[in-house]
Design a protein around this ligand. Structure first.
Ligand code: ARG
Length: 321
């Protein structure tokens, strides 16, 4: 009976309540296509940690446990409400503004500057893993480099197009969201990093393809020898498909869990059905559930979803910085 209050003096859920809450928060998250597996979420209760260093160690453990040498395990680590992680994801590539445009991930430019301001030293490659930035009790944040042996990355190669290697692309194995709050029973845990595994299109149709991200479609089209002088050759679409083939092929051949969007959409249908059987109303956000590649080939495209927010949930919160 001693652990029922957190550092802020508010009533704190038991471990079982926390674990169930974190799982139901996943089940309730309208933007997630992967919710069929909500009951498998592994929850680490680290609400007792007070120092930035201890939090960083728990984050290393999260990365290692979740990665599991490629057999990715959905995981959530919950910290005391006084903890805040400044990273968007635990693993993420830096982005730098240079004379010749942006090097690395344009999405990380601002956060990369913050890391540099804190004293982090970059390598200046297109794929520098950013450090963890941890803040406790509103004090000055501290940065921690992630040990290299914890980081699994996948070089992107194509099963037929050998020239693909020359693009020198890779991506990290596990997407671990770390800037969303976990809201359970009226308490928001601002630091509750969680992960599933990737759906291929997140990497192949967004991270590596968006013109505001790694912008690889023109280079993929070039190595495929496509005619890019007219949009109506659909060179972007053809390049996009091969880039996505490469992502799925690369993760699979390295033994890193990944799901294609057709399989994920079918799993989501099963989720829809199991929620119906459990007597629960399904909620969802259509624009996020449909995959960015060939959406109309999945059943999700042809359904409507009620976009109502049910708690517990993973919630957006203002930037920490
Ligand atoms: N879309 C984000 C990214 O590409 C990751 C979001 C969470 N994705 C997931 N499969 N759990 O990095």
């Amino acid at each position: 009976m001693q652990d029922q209050f957190d550092s802020g003096g508010t009533f704190a859920p038991s471990f079982d309540e926390l674990e169930h809450g974190a799982r139901v928060a996943w089940r309730n998250n309208n933007r997630c296509i992967g919710r069929l597996f909500w009951q498998s979420l592994k929850v680490f209760d680290e609400r007792g940690l007070q120092s930035a260093r201890d939090v960083a160690w728990a984050l290393y453990r999260h990365i290692e446990f979740a990665t599991n040498e490629g057999k990715i395990r959905p995981t959530c680590t919950v910290f005391d409400p006084s903890v805040r992680i400044w990273n968007h994801q635990l693993l993420r590539y830096a982005g730098y503004v240079t004379e010749n445009g942006i090097l690395g991930d344009p999405d990380s430019v601002e956060f990369t500057r913050i890391c540099e301001g804190l004293g982090w030293k970059e390598n200046r490659t297109a794929f520098d893993i950013l450090p963890l930035v941890v803040q406790v009790h509103g004090t000055e944040p501290k940065w921690f480099a992630i040990p290299e042996d914890l980081i699994v990355e996948v070089p992107i190669v194509h099963p037929q197009l050998s020239r693909f290697d020359a693009l020198d692309l890779k991506w990290y194995a596990v997407p671990i969201l770390s800037d969303m709050g976990l809201e359970i029973g009226g308490i928001v845990y601002p630091a509750a990093p969680f992960n599933g595994w990737y759906m291929g299109t997140e990497i192949g149709a967004r991270n590596l393809a968006d013109s505001g991200r790694y912008d690889m479609l023109p280079r993929v089209a070039a190595l495929m020898g496509l005619d890019t002088t007219s949009e109506s050759t659909l060179w972007r679409d053809r390049a996009l498909v091969e880039l996505n083939v490469a992502v799925l092929h690369s993760y699979k051949s390295r033994g890193v869990t990944i799901v294609d969007h057709h399989t994920a959409a079918r799993q989501f249908e099963r989720f829809t059905q199991s929620e119906r059987e459990a007597g629960r109303e399904l909620t969802g956000e259509w624009a996020w559930l449909i995959p960015p590649l060939s959406p109309a080939t999945t059943s999700i495209f042809h359904h409507q979803y009620e976009d109502v927010m049910i708690l517990p949930n993973y919630v957006r919160q203002p930037r920490a910085w």
